[in-house]
Design a protein around this ligand. Sequence first.
Ligand code: UTP
Length: 235
Amino acid sequence: MNISDKGPKQKKIVVIKLSGSIFNINTTAKSLKQYAQLFLEIQKKIQPVIVAGGGLIARDYINLARSLGSDESTLDVMGIEISRLNAMLLSAALGDSVYPVIPSNLEEISVACQSGKIIVSGGLHPGQSTNATAALICEKIKANGFVNATDVDGIYDSDPNKNPKAKLFKEIAIERCLNLLNTGSTMAGTYDLMDIVALKVIERSKIPTWVTKSDPKIIKDLIMKNSKIGTKITV
Ligand code: UTP
């Protein structure tokens, strides 16, 4: 990952969306500490802004409440609240280095950035995914890069779970991602990896974006060692 410089005085900012899959009932203190260690290391050179996904716990709550008759916007709020709880959990592992408030909107995130601390957010607005939220945060704070750390290695040309010959894209143009999404192609869980709102925001603000596996070592190599891992979305 080669992120452009913001200027001599400002630290570069990278927004990292952490897959909701790392927060579940089997999550251990050890695994969260490994992520915390990663962000503390990154922070020496780059300001990390983390967005925690909702994961299975959010999905379970949403499905249960849907079966009880909740409307969709209420379900979205439930998803947001669970992602905020996940953000709090990660914050607990970051000690004094974390901004002490889980932001509620984009303006609060802009203000939080001035602190130089590690910022951990959950979802913000009903009707979108945490991927879209992360892209909107990139736009608002003029982030130098967006890393979407997911539960797969990157974007494939077909579903690797169904097609053993599926090919991982090293690079893919944003227009092609949008086309594949519009034509309803089954590009390996692309809807989950990047929904239309996230892609549109990446496109309009030309946000350099990487999709990669959510693993502390991989994220570190991508950000700190400029390793070519996962898929780069070219803009
Ligand atoms: P996520 O987008 O995090 O779902 O939010 P996820 O499936 O866990 O994502 P991955 O696996 O990390 O990619 C869970 C739900 O919370 C609501 C939506 O209903 C979403 O499906 N949500 C989340 C919002 O409405 N707004 C947000 O900003 C974030």
